[in-house]
Design a protein around this ligand. Structure first.
Ligand code: SAM
Length: 347
């Protein structure tokens, strides 16, 4: 064989392998390869419907999740069930939330065909609008548009769990993994890191999905910390929201801003029941000036005035919050707790 032909073959063989793997996957998810479903499914990008088709990655996700045979696994967005079927083999039970009834039908048929349906409970509901039932761990290739509220719902939610193995958009995963000083270090990073450790398992190419999304992905494992810091979590999240809306500004310029001083003065007075009768004159010039001085005093005491939130560690942020609170400066309105405040999505 001549050199040219050999090099041509070297290029063609991997391409042919890739095409045949993809065709097999198309037949599988469309149901005309293994009798799974009758209708051809049209995938909706708006619902984040990108099916993971690489069995090697599916196996790694399940293996790294360290599922015990007694575990109940929570899955968000099972789609046609490529991951679910593997979870069902490893776990005692899988509870899956899926909004698309066509996916639910295909998934239930496939589970039935493999004799695993007894272990499966599919709930056709929006995962963001329910209180999750009890579970041991989460394993999911989630729709990327709910990544932020879902991670916050899990980490700040009422259900204790061992770990959450999530396939996420790579950029989002980088924010979860970021440390102070990294360009991706954000409000999401601090809020999750306060309560959990995050480990990168692997990166996943867009070609491993059908249809391919525009972005690459990563698998991470989130593990809640055994010890939760002694801090009011609503106060913490309101504080980090204030800091990270302008994370490259200095804390001095964030907190000396006139509107910010008024806002915090109002919240702090509302929280301080003893001084609530002073509320009427609290926003006059005198109240404003002394409150602003209090803020500056806190920033100077802790030597925070010239520092930037994006470079502070969790411990430093916790210290600053405790100094503010000790001085009677609050960030969350503790009198008006709405249920949905726990899970707001703007991290
Ligand atoms: C990325 S696909 C994952 C499919 C499957 N887990 C896999 O790996 O092949 C996301 C799935 O989540 C579903 N979904 C989208 N938004 C949802 C929501 N708010 N609650 C529950 N499921 C949702 C979509 O219909 C879709 O089937």
């Amino acid at each position: 064989m001549f050199g040219n032909e050999r090099s041509m073959l070297r290029r063609v063989v991997p391409v042919a392998g890739f095409i045949s793997r993809r065709l097999r996957a198309v037949r599988q998810v469309h149901g005309d390869g293994d009798g799974v479903g009758e209708e051809r499914l049209h995938f909706h990008k708006s619902k984040g419907q990108h099916i993971l088709i690489n069995p090697r990655i599916l196996d790694t996700i399940v293996r790294k999740s360290a599922i015990n045979p007694t575990d109940t696994v929570l899955e968000i967005g099972p789609g046609t069930g490529n991951l679910t079927l593997k979870l069902l083999e490893a776990a005692h039970k899988v509870v899956a939330f899926e909004i698309d009834h066509r996916m639910v039908q295909v998934l239930e048929k496939r589970a039935l065909k493999q004799g695993l349906n007894d272990k499966l409970r599919v709930i056709q509901k929006d995962a963001m609008k329910v209180l999750f039932p009890r579970f041991d761990l989460v394993v999911a290739n989630i729709p990327y548009q709910i990544s932020s509220p879902l991670v916050i719902k899990l980490v700040y939610g009422p259900r204790p769990f061992r770990s959450a193995t999530l396939l996420l958009q790579k950029e989002f995963a980088r924010r979860l993994l970021a440390n102070p000083g990294d360009s991706e270090f954000s409000r999401l990073s601090v809020n999750v890191k306060l309560l959990a450790d995050v480990e990168l398992v692997m990166n996943v190419s867009k070609r491993d999905f059908l249809p391919s999304p525009k972005v690459d992905s990563s698998v991470v494992i989130i593990r809640p910390k055994p010890q939760v810091p002694n801090v009011d979590l609503r106060e913490w999240r309101a504080f980090t929201s204030n800091c990270f809306n302008n994370r490259y500004k200095t804390l001095g310029s964030i907190f000396k801003n006139k509107r910010k001083v008024f806002e915090l003065l109002k919240i702090s007075n509302e929280n301080d029941k003893a001084s609530s009768h002073k509320g009427d004159d609290a926003e006059d010039e005198g109240g404003f000036t002394s409150f602003k001085e209090k803020i500056i005093g806190v920033l100077r005491t802790g030597e925070f005035e010239d520092k930037r939130p994006a470079k502070l560690s969790i411990e430093e942020l916790l210290h600053l919050l405790s100094l503010f609170n000790q001085a009677g400066i609050y960030f969350a309105n503790h009198g008006h707790l709405k249920r949905e405040d726990r899970f707001d999505a703007d991290d």
